[in-house]
Design a binder for this molecule. Structure first.
Ligand SMILES: [Cu+2]
Length: 341
């Protein structure tokens, strides 16, 4: 895929995201204070993650706001605007789901008011271009309900449901907290992005005069994922190697389309499989080369994949220009170019 085509795919997403943000306040503020007791809003609106509208590489992996309080019988509606996908997942036992459990990628919509004892799940959205529908749940019973995003383990939220006379949030309060949290997490992400893109690739020089460069794939902070690569080596020459290493807490691919078309569905087996085979692979400008899914540098103690499992090496035998993307995060602008000097 050329960079121009890549941008033509990203641009509509960027515009859509910006519009969503711009329109973020046209919600029903049903609870307008009128001097006396204040009516509980029928619905409050929560954002499930957001990419920084000014830099899609910075994805906030938090619900905005993280906690809301509503009255029994009222609803919460989540907007999952992407482009980084998220889910709103309430599990049957209230515990976090297994990270990236593919069984939870399709939706399990609510069949009525939610009692906190079944799986209710938006599924992973959006997957690829296209506007996802909002996801809404009504809570008839007082209690505290914790929910999760199936692919971002640090992303949890709560809905506290209170009986009559309990203090509940107005939409204005929900929006104010969401805005405050969003700006705090975006600042955190911007600093991490700056550090990532200002880190030149580590280089290992061999006796034969060739170099192996190590490019990092993404970065993770407590509240964000950075969907970018470290910059490509400026002195790259024919004969050198480039190793992509995932040190972030999200899965990524390094994928060269050449003259082919990249798989469009991020869940397709072609995305997960190394192509045309295991590391290392010698690039040419025509064919499809893919690291396959490189797992996150995360997991329960003792189960974090070793560096070899999180990396893939391409040999640049022929001088030229080679464009690559992460197929999972191309809509967040995760792309780069290897160009021989
Ligand atoms: Cu990625």
């Amino acid at each position: 895929m050329t960079m121009k085509r890549l941008m033509s795919w990203i641009a509509p997403v960027l515009i859509a995201t910006t519009m969503l943000v711009a329109c973020g306040d046209d919600k029903d503020d049903t609870a307008t204070p009128t001097g006396g007791a204040q009516a509980a809003p029928d619905q409050v609106n929560v954002l499930a993650g957001i990419n920084d509208p000014t830099d899609l590489n910075v994805a906030v992996t938090e619900f905005l706001p993280e906690a809301v309080t509503i009255a029994a019988g009222k609803s919460v509606e989540w907007k999952i605007s992407g482009p980084e996908p998220h889910s709103v997942t309430f599990t049957a036992d209230g515990k976090p789901p297994a990270v990236a459990d593919e069984k939870l990628f399709p939706p399990t919509p609510p069949t009525g008011p939610y009692n906190g004892k079944t799986l209710v799940n938006s599924g992973l959205v959006p997957l690829g271009p296209g506007a996802p529908a909002p996801f809404k749940i009504t809570f008839p019973t007082a209690g505290k309900y914790t929910y999760y995003c199936v692919i971002h383990p640090n992303m949890t939220g709560t809905v506290t449901v209170v009986d009559a006379n309990g203090k509940v949030d107005t939409q204005a309060e929900v929006t104010a907290r969401a805005t405050q949290e969003q700006s705090q997490w975006i600042a955190e992400g911007k600093a991490a992005k700056k550090k990532l893109v200002e880190t030149p690739p580590a280089v290992d020089k061999a006796a034969d005069g060739t170099s192996t460069y190590k490019l990092l794939m993404g970065a993770t902070t407590p509240h964000t994922d950075i969907l970018a690569f470290t910059p490509p080596p400026a002195a790259l020459k024919a004969g050198d190697k480039v190793t992509f290493l995932n040190t972030s807490e999200a899965p990524h691919t390094a994928s060269f389309a050449g003259k082919t078309t990249l798989p469009q569905d991020p869940t397709s087996p072609a995305v997960a499989a190394p192509a045309p085979g295991p590391s290392p692979q010698t690039l040419n400008a025509d064919a499809f080369f893919n690291s396959g899914l490189l797992p996150p540098n995360a997991g329960p103690p003792g189960s974090i994949p070793p560096e070899a499992a999180r990396s893939f090496t391409f040999v640049v035998r022929t001088a030229g220009t080679y464009t690559f993307v992460c197929i999972l995060h191309v809509t967040s602008g995760m792309a780069g170019v290897l160009k021989t000097a």
